[in-house]
Design a protein. Structure first.
Ligand code: SF4
Ligand code: SF4
Length: 299
């Protein structure tokens, strides 16, 4: 190839580049969309985890919605009060109160729960649930493969030695990603409760108590001892399962003490949020930390 051919090729490429950059310059002017500078500011105070709890595909889309006024300053579920306050400050609007929630697990079975068959498939709760409803005899129990743990964008869940997911209340933002992922959530295994809710019943089974007990030693047996012990009328056995009314519950501990199955845990209000883990079991929590023990004793 002689030098003139090389020169021609270079010139052709250069002119192509010039034409393309000209077209791009015109297009960028013509199709320029004015971006509200507040979108960037709002996006910078959002968690940036794109968890989807607010129903939007990304934090940036949420920021756009808040800036345009189509979403409230409280739109970010995971951000809670802190983020809502920061956004209200940026936009110069009044502060809005956020009802923070955290996730709780209504199952205490784990490795103690009876198996209908040995499962050797993919270690996933969703996969196990598809095989004849899963290996557990209890149709409501936790499979313990930790799909919820993997789904949590904030690292707030871990599996304990019983094969049950426990929630680090200091990290849980209430985004609900775990609830959406768990194949048992529709029957109440994982649910969101007010952050300060004091107690949780570790069972979501609705079978006959006798059948339930044969399937799991840690279940609620609908004996109503908690109901009778509660001085605030805050816990009732409904359809053979103890259910807490968080509007009335004071966290006095009476139901926890009364339950012969030890299937009610106290956490949240009476256990410091920074150290509390939802799911260790009340006695384990109380024994594990002097601070927590003192707080539980004060209840
Ligand atoms: S709570 Fe649900 S997703 Fe999590 S380990 Fe148990 S069955 Fe699996
Ligand atoms: S005391 Fe325990 S086992 Fe009895 S009904 Fe209440 S939660 Fe269930």
């Amino acid at each position: 190839m002689d030098a003139s051919m090389v020169l021609k090729a270079v010139l052709a490429l250069a002119s192509l580049g010039l034409v393309a950059s000209g077209v791009l310059a015109v297009a960028s002017k013509r199709f320029h969309v004015e971006v509200d500078p507040r979108v960037e500011q709002i996006a910078s105070v959002l968690p940036g985890s794109n968890c989807g709890a607010c129903g939007n595909p990304s934090c940036f889309v949420t920021a756009e919605g808040i800036a345009s006024g189509s979403l409230p300053v409280t739109a970010c579920v995971a951000g809670g009060q802190e983020v809502a306050d920061a956004i209200a400050g940026l936009l110069g609007v009044d502060r809005c109160e956020v009802d923070t929630v955290v996730v709780v697990r209504a199952c205490g079975g784990g490795i103690a729960a009876a198996r209908a068959y040995d499962y050797h498939g993919v270690p996933s709760c969703a996969a196990a649930a598809r095989l004849a409803g899963g290996p557990l005899v209890c149709q409501w129990g936790c499979f313990g493969f930790g799909d919820c743990v993997k789904a949590c964008p904030f690292g707030a869940l871990s599996l304990d030695e019983r094969g049950l997911p426990v929630v680090d209340l200091a990290r849980c933002t209430g985004c609900g990603a775990c609830v959406q992922t768990c194949p048992r959530s529709s029957s109440g295994l994982l649910s969101l409760v007010p952050e300060r809710a004091p107690v949780s019943v570790r069972c979501s089974a609705h079978s006959k108590p006798k059948e339930r007990k044969a399937a799991c030693s840690a279940c609620c047996i609908a004996c109503k001892k908690c109901e009778r012990a509660c001085p605030s009328d805050a816990i009732h056995v409904v359809e053979m399962l103890a259910v807490v009314d968080y509007e009335k519950c004071t966290g006095c501990n009476a139901c926890v003490e009364a339950c012969p199955q030890q299937c009610i845990d106290i956490y949240g209000r009476n256990v410091a949020r920074t150290t509390g883990a939802d799911g260790a079991g009340w006695r384990a929590v109380a024994a594990g930390s002097a601070v927590q023990e003192a707080e539980v004793a004060e209840a």
